[in-house]
Design a binder for this molecule. Structure first.
Ligand code: FES
Length: 325
């Protein structure tokens, strides 16, 4: 469902690097400040070459001083959004949205397990501070490849102490979801924000635990898949078109740039609005969304074009859905 947000003129007030490739950016908006609830994101208008686009970033912290803070990871395979954000200096003018929230924290649960992978710490950080403030039981598990990649970990440890546990895969430590879910009190909820592989591990362990389906909430950032990100070709027989998707662009970006009319909202694999029907494929569909179920992904009937890709080949799709009323 499309969220109700307003766009505001804004200014990049400050920026500092949290890790070699994660930058914390502080943004001041013109006009009234709308406080973000834990798990919220803001959209930021970005310029990718000639094309205007937008990116969605989780808000870091409660922002009591009236500044939105976001953390932007510089990705070597960036579609252009992170490179644009990293190019901005303090004082730069921006256009940002008021906060939206697809990852809200449920109140009054007996226990909470918050799990972050990499840059997924951003909404989890805000949730942890809110739960700490509320004085309710919770734990945070934070996984990253190297110790230097643990953005905000020291800051969070200072605020929540032993409730934070870090797992560095280069040091041989990974989150064991089955055991961690076992420790969660009955009626407790699990919140996960991380790469798609982490979400899938969490989903399998949660399903195996027999806990209610609604007790697992997750969000991803649409940049991670099972296969390396490479270019591929899209064929659309209905329009008589063949369009190349470069490695640094999403399929949705490439189709829009080629003039194909598309519908989209979240652009991070959550709402399903950008999905197209798959007619044929030469290669493996790398589903990177959290909208379709595992069964739907296995059937390869549709793909979310904003994040999903094809590994090693081409795909033939139909745009009939775009013409629906
Ligand atoms: S635009 Fe929401 S899933 Fe693609």
């Amino acid at each position: 469902m499309a969220e109700t947000i307003e766009w505001r003129a804004a200014r990049l007030a400050a920026a500092r690097d949290l890790t070699p490739d994660i930058r914390l950016i502080e943004i001041e908006t013109d006009g009234a400040f709308v406080p973000p609830a834990p798990g919220s994101h803001i959209n930021v208008a970005v310029q990718i070459g000639e094309r205007a686009d937008r990116r969605s970033y989780s808000v870091v912290g409660p922002c009591q001083d009236g500044r939105y803070r976001i953390a932007v990871k510089r990705l070597p395979e960036s579609r252009g959004g992170s490179a644009y954000m990293w190019s901005l200096a303090p004082g730069a003018r921006l256009t940002v949205s008021t906060p939206g929230n697809h990852f809200a924290l449920s109140p009054h649960r007996p226990d909470y397990l918050l799990v972050a992978g990499g840059i997924g710490i951003t909404p989890i950080y805000s949730m942890a501070l809110a739960l700490q403030e509320a004085g309710v039981p919770f734990r945070v598990l934070y996984g990253a490849r190297g110790r230097a990649d643990l953005a905000l970990a020291d800051d969070l440890a200072e605020r929540i102490g032993g409730r934070l546990e870090c797992f560095v895969s280069d040091e041989g430590r990974r989150i064991g979801f089955a055991a961690e879910i076992e420790r969660l009190a009955p009626g407790g909820e699990l919140y996960v924000c991380g790469p798609i592989g982490m979400l899938e591990d969490a989903k399998s362990a949660w399903a195996a635990s027999g806990r209610p389906v609604g007790g697992l909430r997750f969000e991803t950032f649409g940049s991670s898949g099972r296969f390396a990100t490479k270019g591929f070709t899209v064929r659309i027989p209905r329009l008589g078109r063949e369009i190349d998707v470069p490695a640094n662009a999403s399929m949705l970006d490439a189709l829009e740039a080629a003039g194909v009319e598309m519908i989209s909202d979240c652009r991070r694999g959550e709402c399903g609005l950008c999905a197209l029907t798959i007619l044929d494929k030469d290669g493996i569909v790398d589903h990177r969304d959290v909208f379709f179920s595992d069964e739907e992904k296995a059937s390869d009937a549709k793909l979310c074009t904003c994040v999903s890709r094809v590994a090693g080949g081409s795909i033939t799709v139909d745009t009939a859905d775009r013409m629906a009323p």
